[in-house]
Design a protein around this ligand. Structure first.
Ligand code: SAH
Length: 258
């Protein structure tokens, strides 16, 4: 079903995912919500994803609206749109207005942009400009260990209309080892990990806010997405969600070109 979402434009790609039940449907399962909550969630994710033109985040624009992962160089890929949609659905209930999000292995910057627009549209209407909290921390922090990809992601975000959000400090894209998180902007209400970790990095668990969720692929050959949830008292639970295939979350020197 996922692969049938390919479209001839960004809007068509997102509409096909909506039709195929990829956007938001998991929200009802995840939070025991109703069908109408799931529909509202789908609409919110579709609105956010329509604001992010995938053509601004790929190397070859002919592939932009294909529902498949594509090489972005340096041994990295931009994930398939349906995987980004799943991740957005799984994290949506954990994105409070003016909360903080960490995108680990931010690559092209595509998911950082989607997460920003999800934060920017907290009630499903045209948003007021979000303000930073008293600590002046960004809403979205993207961390990527290949500096050329960080630089490229920043130019992608600017091309996609997010230059002001970068200038205002609402989005910050940094180069560093994402396995260590980014403590100076922590704690995070939601953490998206876009590369598969051999095991759960404790630093990321430590930087998750109480009540927060991490969406993380774990495994080497066999990989699964896990929800890592921290309740209000700080208790952490780990739930296996589905099998996947991601680029490894690894040492910079071990990342292989393909
Ligand atoms: N979500 C992004 C990228 C996915 S590919 C997108 O869709 O564009 C996974 C990314 O993780 C790659 O860009 C890779 O360089 C990065 N990565 C791998 N190990 C990392 C690490 N230890 N720290 C930070 N980034 C890492």
């Amino acid at each position: 079903m996922a692969w049938t979402s390919t479209g001839s434009s960004n809007a068509e790609l997102i509409d096909n995912m909506l039709r195929n039940g990829i956007l938001g449907d998991v929200v009802a399962d995840v939070v025991d919500g109703s069908k109408s909550e799931a529909e509202a969630a789908s609409g919110r994710i579709a609105r956010a994803m329509k604001k992010v033109d995938r053509a601004n985040y790929v190397r070859d624009k002919r592939d932009a609206y294909e529902d498949s992962p594509q090489s972005i160089g340096h041994g990295a890929t931009i994930s398939a749109p349906h995987m980004h949609a799943y991740a957005a659905s799984h994290l949506l209930p954990y994105l409070p207005p003016r909360g903080r999000v960490l995108d680990v292995g931010s690559g092209s910057g595509y998911m950082s942009a989607v997460l920003y627009h999800l934060m920017d549209d907290p009630h499903g209407q045209e948003p007021p400009t979000p303000t930073l909290d008293g600590n002046s921390k960004p809403l979205i922090t993207g961390i990527e260990h290949i500096s050329q990809l960080t630089d490229w992601s920043i130019s992608n975000l600017k091309r996609d209309g997010l230059g002001e959000a970068l200038e205002r400090g609402q989005i910050e894209m940094v180069t560093g080892d994402g396995r260590l998180g980014y403590p100076s902007n922590a704690p995070y209400h939601a953490i998206h990990v876009g590369a598969a970790a051999p095991e759960l990095p404790q630093e990321l668990v430590d930087q998750l806010a109480p009540g927060g969720r991490m969406f993380i692929p774990i495994g080497t050959y066999m990989q699964n997405i896990y929800h890592v949830d921290k309740d209000k008292s700080g208790k952490v639970t780990q739930t296996e969600v589905m099998g996947v295939r991601y680029v490894p979350l690894t040492d910079r020197n071990l990342q292989k070109e393909f």
